[in-house]
Ligand binder design. Structure first.
Ligand SMILES: [Zn+2]
Length: 350
């Protein structure tokens, strides 16, 4: 009875894990990513979980004092190099797999209670061996970065910069153009018996791409002052909103029991890659309606960050200091130039 109550009180949050003990090898223009399938809740809790780290990083979810850029979705969007993207895959698994197989590998199994028992043998464990195409990883990064930038821009409401909206919608369209083919590829992998679900838990087809191309057109269209046009033609901000909806609607969320409370989360079968978790987080951030994502105002930085307090414009103290310094020097330089010009004028007059 006691154990039942304890278990119930500590009902674990569902795990969103691709595999544990993930390793990555670079093979030309592809990554080979392998990891052991987790067998139970306990193993899942010990494995890297993208959604868990997001929940822990964001104080809205009762996480620790946030560091504006510590959430994994921000880190993925801010990555600058292939090395950073590969490190990300090594931590959480592939974003999208291009091929997949399983292998039984002997894995050491150790029970060690010092002074009491030491027991060691080898068990066969199922290992996922996947390929992640590097070009696809880069495209996913660019698309996600643009999507998060777009959300940040849209959250500025009437202050949104329509040129930036157009730029980000275009970057999204360019970088997700292979999603319909990727969906078909994952469907075939699953038909071949890989993964739990027989169909991908996401859906994005040619028509969805066409919708996005339409929004791209309206986002970049120069507005004339014609009132008739203003009334019937979609404006860039609306086109930006539709673009985000089109993206996040490709990844349906699921409802899970959690103790007595139902929760909403991505589909747990991430065999095809962890992309559904990335877009689930985008959906959450977008639905919050208040400003949650910022773009650093330091012109040398421009990184994305989670807004922690009202009016925050910089990703860090350092960026705030640098930009203030730059603005001070600029202003000072301007004043100096003005003073010199005035002095010259006075000299000429005298
Ligand atoms: Zn910054």
């Amino acid at each position: 009875m006691m154990t039942f109550v304890e278990r119930y009180l500590r009902e674990p949050y569902p795990n969103f894990v691709w595999a544990k003990d993930i390793s990555v090898t670079v093979c030309g223009d592809e990554l080979e990513v392998s990891g052991t399938i987790v067998l139970d809740e306990e193993e899942g809790r010990a494995a890297p979980d993208f959604l868990r780290e997001y929940r822990q990083a964001i104080s809205r979810y009762g996480g620790q004092k946030r560091q504006g850029k510590s959430s994994p979705h921000i880190q993925f969007a801010n990555a600058e190099t292939d090395e950073e993207l590969i490190k990300f895959v090594q931590r959480f698994g592939p974003i999208i797999v291009s091929s997949l197989r399983t292998e039984e590998r002997p894995t050491p199994y150790v029970i060690d209670v010092p002074g009491v028992v030491h027991y060691e043998h080898s068990v066969d464990r199922t290992v996922l061996v996947a390929r992640q195409v590097l070009a696809e990883l880069r495209s996913e990064h660019r698309a996600y970065r643009a999507a998060l930038n777009l959300v940040a821009e849209l959250q500025r409401n009437k202050d949104a910069d329509t040129h930036k909206i157009a730029e980000n919608v275009s970057a999204i369209v360019t970088n997700i153009s292979k999603w319909p083919e990727q969906w078909e590829r994952e469907r075939q992998l699953r038909n071949g018996g890989l993964g739990f679900a027989s169909q991908p838990a996401w859906l994005f087809q040619q028509e969805n791409l066409e919708h996005l191309e339409t929004y791209e057109y309206y986002a970049s269209r120069e507005r004339t002052g014609d009132p008739w046009e203003r009334a019937v033609v979609m404006d860039p901000i609306t086109a930006g909103h539709h673009s985000i909806c089109e993206l996040v609607n490709a990844f349906s969320s699921q409802v899970y029991p959690w103790g007595k409370t139902p929760i909403e989360a991505p589909h747990w079968d991430l065999t095809g890659g962890i992309r559904p978790v990335l877009y689930y987080i985008l959906r959450r951030e977008y639905l919050l309606k208040t400003r949650t994502v910022g773009i650093c105002r330091n012109t040398d930085c421009r990184q994305l960050f989670e807004i922690e307090r009202f009016g925050q414009e910089f990703c860090s103290e350092e960026c705030s200091r640098l930009q203030r310094q730059r603005e001070y020097w600029k202003k000072r330089g301007k004043n100096l130039r003005k003073r010199r010009a005035n002095a010259r004028k006075l000299r000429r007059r005298s």
